[in-house]
Write a protein that binds this ligand. Structure first.
Ligand code: NAD
Length: 428
């Protein structure tokens, strides 16, 4: 979203340029991959509840589809910009490639604030978006999904409009639908579980048993809760989680040295992942400042809240005991902090690998929809484990073989796969 100094697309291009140098990519391939293949800008007129007509600005960017249909969410946000959408579409290309699913990268958005729109007005925006893009998206060329401030209901409205236009049932057009309406079992768990599949593999490589480890999490929302659940099942002990406090407009950490019990903590957590401070004290938690999660004497740190959380300042708080950081959130570590973590020899499982369980499960949703046959939850999670485990090892092996930082190794694999697909197709 808009920020005067920060341009996400510029950052995505700089990251790409660095890896293009490592890979020694030719000029044509660089030019192709540092920009989106296609971007759509369009107007969505909406009859507002007060009788007036308001025109909303919509976007869709298809960064690259050499490996398969573009895939990526649609965001509703008042400060949405085309450059943010372009950056996110680029990152989706690398994310799909690193987990080796046959999809490219896309992203969409509408400049609007759902807080100030009725459900009827939001429905019209969704239907308008689908009408504007109907000829350029679909199960075989570009598959949208929910993102910031969009949910399963928005996806269903878009699907309904898309199917009406095409006169056919095409549930594979969009993912993130409710279970029973074409959604996949396991999607809720997928991102958090994926984070822990990668942690489990990293521990194996280090020769450490999960039951001999402790962890601390930033955030206690969807990703964090399911990651904590699986980590506990594997025998690990979580001693600290943090969250945002809406009332105080600051974050707090919640610590229990004997180990957090997920079910108990969920009873005092709201639907936004906010924990009740006074009830937490009654349950024996120490309530600490927001940054306390990062300075715990643990083996594993899992940032699963926001971007820019492990930075030049906070990286100094990390204890020597920490061996693994698995990035549940997108962009939690700054390049300055990366340098320190690299020097310390901490295994950093980068965001676009660690949190790729979500998009992998969305791919499974699309596959199930296209077959019109839906798998049991165990089957979905089993397939997810296979994909995440293979992706982790491909990155880890390259990192060890070429002495590359894990983030660079992941980028090298992803960009190389996409560059190769462009070459094989004769595009470059
Ligand atoms: P969520 O909204 O369910 O939970 C976010 C959690 O972070 C909440 O507990 C909130 O209180 C906490 N939080 C917010 N600001 C904080 C702060 N300053 N300090 C400490 N805690 C804070 O979100 P989520 O779906 O769990 O997503 C978390 C991160 O993972 C985001 O970066 C998101 O982009 C990324 N991600 C999510 C998915 C997914 O499938 N949900 C997939 C890929 C990446």
């Amino acid at each position: 979203m808009a920020d005067k100094e920060f341009n996400a697309f510029k950052m995505a291009q700089e990251q790409f340029d660095g890896v293009a140098d490592i890979l020694n990519l030719d000029q044509g391939t660089r030019e192709l991959l540092r920009n989106p293949l296609r971007e759509f800008h369009f107007s969505i007129p909406v009859k507002m509840d007060d009788g007036s007509t308001k025109v909303f600005q919509g976007f869709r960017v298809q960064h690259n589809d050499a490996r398969g249909p573009s895939k990526g969410g649609i965001r509703f946000h008042p400060q949405e910009t085309i450059d943010t959408v372009k950056a996110l579409a680029t990152w989706m290309t690398w994310k799909c490639a690193v987990v080796d699913i046959p999809l490219g990268g896309g992203k969409g958005g509408v400049i609007c604030d759902p807080h100030n729109l009725s459900m009827k007005e939001q429905e019209q925006i969704c239907r308008g978006w689908a009408r504007q893009m109907a000829k350029n998206v679909g199960p075989i060329n570009d598959v949208p999904a929910p993102d910031v401030m969009t949910n399963a209901q928005h996806m269903l409205w878009m699907l309904d409009e898309f199917e009406a236009i095409h006169g056919a049932k095409l549930p594979g057009f969009i993912t993130g639908k409710p279970v029973g309406m074409g959604g996949s079992l396991g999607r809720t768990e997928a991102t958090g579980y994926g984070v822990i599949y990668t942690v489990r593999e990293a521990l194996k490589e280090l020769g450490i048993k999960p039951e001999d480890t402790t962890a601390s999490f930033q955030g206690f929302g969807n990703v964090s809760q399911y990651a904590l659940q699986l980590y506990t099942q594997l025998g690990g002990k979580t001693i600290c989680v943090s969250c945002w406090d809406q009332e105080d407009q600051t974050s707090y950490s919640f610590k229990k040295e004997s180990g957090i019990e997920l079910e108990e903590l969920l009873t005092i957590t709201d639907k936004f992942g906010g924990i009740d401070k006074s009830k937490a004290k009654d349950l024996g938690y120490e309530v600490l400042p927001g940054d306390a999660w990062i300075e715990q004497d643990v083996d594993i740190l899992i940032p699963a809240a926001l971007e820019n959380q492990i930075n030049e300042t906070t990286v100094k708080l990390i204890k020597d005991k920490v061996k693994i950081i698995s990035e549940g959130a997108n962009g939690p570590t700054t390049p300055e902090a990366d340098k320190v973590l690299h020097e310390k020899g901490i295994v950093v499982i980068p965001d676009f690998l660690a949190n790729a369980g979500g998009v992998t499960c969305s791919y499974f949703e699309q596959v199930q929809c296209n077959m019109n046959y839906f798998w049991e939850k165990d089957e979905v999670l089993g397939k997810l484990d296979v994909k995440m485990t293979a992706a982790y090892h491909a990155v880890s092996e390259l990192s060890q073989k070429k002495k590359l930082y894990m983030r660079d190794a992941a980028y090298v694999i992803a960009i190389q796969r996409v560059a190769q697909a462009c070459k094989d197709r004769g595009w470059v």
